[in-house]
Design a protein around this ligand. Structure first.
Ligand SMILES: *Cc1c(COP(=O)(O)O)cnc(C)c1O
Ligand SMILES: [Zn+2]
Length: 402
């Protein structure tokens, strides 16, 4: 059993009420389970495949889920990069290996399942790209229509391609993400579509399983979890999951939750550094990492609490640092990610250089989306292939050059 609870005033609401914020004070809602009454059989968990649904006792879905086999992503040891930056126990959880190529699938398998469980027949979101790609695919699997609003001209090519091909109704808004979210929220409230942005408390329930899987794969609690932060839903979700495992007696401490933003879009970092009670939005966020190009993070209040309560921190990295780490991950570790994803590892390098991270920390970075999401940014950084005549001498002479 569970209920929806306001993170600010503690008001609680029944589980089948369709709400995206507290009706008393307007703050965010979270799903709260009666953990004392939930029987989590650890042996049963271990027997199930590594996936979002391994942990179904502490997920809100009671129907057969709308699933494309999400989760179960690899945890890689970054041996070369870790050695280079002076943190040998550095790991990357590659969320780009999900069905549509980002962690958003963990949220959508739960979110779209909940849409059906609550009797809704259409879904919608605003998106910097990956949320729309994922929603489009899960709506297709569920057999219901999806509407997605994108900030015009600011969405990576692969993500638009996915949303279109999976059959969503795709609209480009002449405005930024924050504006698109405001509009889709109004549309959902007035026209009964089910809203699947990260203000939706059920979506975050799916995403918390990133942390569960990381624990199961590492076989111990990492000292630090590092995530790129856009709307700050994912870092909040992973933290919430850990608090549940603590209550269930499955963990004895929570990793230091560490959020990384791009320097042109870093309201959470500023709030942490300056000790502000809430974030001051960026009116014009700008970064090459479009997935975290967000000026008014919707889940900021949850994320600030997660970072502060765990002794974590937040830091920003430049677009140059992000792109350079994207290349290092690709060339030194064989891991292909989109720019926002590389921010987490670039953030570890920056924090280590600042002396804010100890050498012997065990660190799990979440790398959030696949390289192919944003081919245009990749191509801009690389030399194009050299075109040569189709004979061996030309080939040999080309290989000798460079
Ligand atoms: C959505 C997304 C993020 C940001 O996650 P939030 O929950 O909004 O903080 C980071 N990277 C990628 C690839 C994403 O798709
Ligand atoms: Zn409230």
């Amino acid at each position: 059993m569970y209920r929806l609870v306001c993170v600010e005033c503690g008001e609680s609401f029944p589980p089948d009420e369709i709400l995206y914020q507290c009706t008393r004070c307007g703050h965010l809602l979270a799903v709260e389970y009666d953990l004392e009454t939930i029987d989590v059989d650890l042996a049963a968990w271990k027997r199930r495949p590594l996936s979002v649904w391994r942990y179904r006792e502490i997920l809100p879905v009671s129907i057969e889920p709308v699933s494309l086999q999400e989760g179960g992503t690899p945890l890689y040891h970054l041996s070369r990069i870790g050695e280079e930056i002076g943190v040998p126990h550095l790991y990357a959880k590659h969320e780009g290996m999900n069905p549509t190529g980002s962690f958003k699938d963990r949220g959508m398998t739960v979110g779209v399942s909940m849409a059906l469980q609550l009797g809704r027949t259409s879904v919608a979101c605003a998106s910097t790209g990956n949320t729309s790609a994922s929603l489009a695919a899960y709506a297709a699997k569920a057999g219901i229509p999806a509407v997605v609003l994108l900030p015009a001209g600011k969405v990576a090519l692969g993500k638009v391609a996915q949303a279109l091909m999976h059959g969503a109704r795709v609209l480009s808004i002449r405005g930024n993400f924050d504006k698109a979210l405001e509009m889709v929220h109004e549309l959902c409230l007035s026209h009964g579509l089910y809203l699947l942005n990260s203000v939706n408390p059920f979506r975050l329930e799916g995403q918390k399983t990133i942390g569960f899987e990381a624990l199961d794969q590492l076989g111990e609690v990492p000292d630090r979890m590092v995530l790129p932060v856009g709307n700050a839903g994912n870092i909040s979700a992973v933290y919430k999951g850990f608090t549940e495992l603590m209550t269930l007696g499955r963990m004895d401490r929570i990793p230091m939750m560490t959020g990384i933003q791009a320097s042109g879009s870093s309201p959470v970092v500023r709030a942490i550094h300056e000790g502000l009670p809430e974030v001051i939005p960026d009116a014009n966020p700008e970064t090459v990492a479009t997935a975290i190009r967000i000026g008014a993070p919707v889940n900021a209040e949850k994320a600030l609490a997660a970072i502060r309560k765990t002794g974590g921190t937040a830091e920003s990295v430049t677009d140059g640092e992000i792109l350079s780490m994207q290349r290092d991950l690709a060339r030194k570790e064989g891991i292909g990610v989109e720019p926002a994803s590389a921010a987490s590892v670039a953030g570890v390098k920056r924090l280590r250089d600042m002396g804010a991270i100890d050498r012997d920390e065990k660190i799990v970075c979440v790398v959030t989306g696949h390289l192919l999401k944003d081919p245009e940014t990749v191509i801009r950084q690389c030399e194009p292939p050299l075109e040569i005549d189709a004979d061996l001498p030309s080939l040999l002479s080309a290989l000798q050059r460079s």
